[in-house]
Design a protein around this ligand. Structure first.
Ligand code: UD1
Length: 425
């Protein structure tokens, strides 16, 4: 392990399957982070349920605490106490660690008329600009200046207006939605992102007394209100986590019940996995799925919701590595999301990736190897790929996986996978 881990956690995976059993998915990371940011809009005590115990939630909690809030998580219940007096600033060390911190910009401007947020840098997804966030907020009356690596926004009173997004950006839609809740007049966000996490955020805002209509569609209308109040909310379940178990099943074969999963949030994925030969049906509290020993290849294209989520892509590329035939994968949301491909190739996968495309030729079996997790979902993809790899796969930098999964290793083991967390040296 020595040179591999360098003190980081490592996940050891051995060829496994067929899987069998039941797992439960946790709340959606990409929902709860935005809902936590939305609590900044009004002082008081908030209670959130179905909150995953993951690093990103702790970091967002830390960000709220630096501004003056108090957060406590017990089990899956997160309590946030938002005070009257706060420091509306997101410092460099936290934004650099977690890019999603940018979503505090909208709520801070709405509540305090000012915000100071470190400019997010690039990450393994490539360059991720925030121009659409800023342009939309400017259209609502905010003036921005940038100095010493920070964006500073100021506004007397946010004004409702019509904002047309150039691309249905998830983060820009969320920032504008939160800014609009207490703006003067009506805001219409057109070409809005339609992800289920946005509808969940709108449900939370409405529980706070906001008047948001159309979230989950391309046109969101927000009638600004004068007052809000704290709220309680149960976060929707994580569709990417559910997808991870489905893909694990596809790679190892077998059958499993995934409690808490929302098949209505994963329709395109279910359709693709069914095309590949899996059987998936809704249950009273989630879904049941079965996979044959070998799946068929299909072509895949990522798109904003309701298209196939870009966050599923590393998992699906891993799934194609052992499917029968050739699959072409096209990335339409982010520029540089193929880093994990080199790691899969080290495990014996036959993948040619260039620009936005990857051509995956299925091989009979992968070959276990030491690999490194580049980010949350790609890390999880390498772990499940290990289920279909002869011998042992050691996934280092496994702390990336903890950012988004409460207990990936435990849940896969619950399904009978031979996987364990090995402490780094
Ligand atoms: C969110 C998710 C991420 C997911 C992504 C797309 C969170 C914490 N993260 O990220 O897991 O992969 O949605 O489903 O919820 N863009 C611009 N200018 C902007 C904003 C975005 O050019 O101002 C571009 C991005 O570079 C990217 C595309 O728009 O190419 C989509 O990005 P966006 O939907 O904003 O993703 P995030 O909200 O950052």
């Amino acid at each position: 392990m020595d040179s591999l881990s360098d003190g980081e956690p490592v996940i050891r995976v051995q060829q496994s399957g067929p899987l069998n059993g039941t797992v439960r998915v946790a709340g959606a990371k990409n929902s709860v982070l935005k809902i936590m940011a939305a609590s900044l809009l009004w002082p008081g005590r908030y209670t959130l349920r179905n909150v995953p115990r993951i690093a990103d939630v702790r970091w967002m909690g830390e960000l709220l605490e630096r501004m003056g809030a108090t957060t406590t998580q017990e089990g899956d219940v997160l309590t946030i106490d938002v005070p009257e007096e706060m420091t509306p600033e997101a410092p460099y060390d936290l934004v650099e660690r977690m890019r999603a911190s940018i979503v505090v910009l909208g709520p801070l401007l709405a509540r305090f008329g000012e915000a100071r947020v470190s400019v997010p840098g690039g990450d393994d997804f490539g360059h991720r600009p925030i121009d659409m966030h800023l342009r939309g907020l400017e259209e609502m009356g905010v003036s921005f200046t940038t100095s010493h690596g920070y964006i500073e926004g100021r506004v007397e009173r946010l004004l409702g207006t019509k904002v047309l997004l150039e691309f249905p950006s998830v983060g820009a839609t969320e920032n504008l939605l939160m800014a609009a809740v207490t703006a003067k007049g009506t805001t219409v966000i057109d070409n809005a992102a339609r992800e289920p996490e946005i509808a969940d955020l709108a449900d939370f805002l409405n529980a706070m007394g906001a008047e948001v209509q159309g979230a989950g569609t391309s046109t969101i209308t927000v009638h600004g209100v004068e007052r809000l109040h704290p709220a309680e909310h149960t976060v929707i379940s994580d569709r990417i986590e559910a997808a991870t178990y489905l893909v694990g099943l596809g790679l190892a074969g077998g059958e499993a019940t995934i409690d808490g999963a929302r098949p209505d949030h994963m329709e395109m994925l279910v359709e693709k996995l069914t095309d590949m030969g899996m059987r998936i049906t809704a249950t009273a509290d989630g879904l049941w799925a079965a996979a044959p020993a070998r799946l068929r290849s299909v072509d895949l294209s990522t798109l904003p919701y309701p298209g196939l989520a870009t966050d599923y892509k590393p998992l699906l590329v891993a799934l194609l590595t052992t499917a029968d035939g050739v699959g072409i994968v096209t990335e339409n949301v982010f520029a540089g999301r193929f880093r994990y491909v080199d790691e899969l190739v080290r495990m014996g996968a036959d993948i040619r990736a260039e620009g936005h495309h990857a051509v995956v030729r299925g091989v009979e079996v992968l070959s276990g190897a030491p690999v490194r997790a580049p980010d949350i979902r790609a890390g999880a993809a390498l772990v499940v790929a290990g289920l279909a790899a002869e011998g042992e796969t050691l996934v280092s930098a496994a702390h990336h996986v903890d950012r988004g999964y409460q207990d990936l290793v435990g849940n896969l083991a619950r399904l009978g996978a031979r996987v364990e967390l090995v402490a780094g040296t």
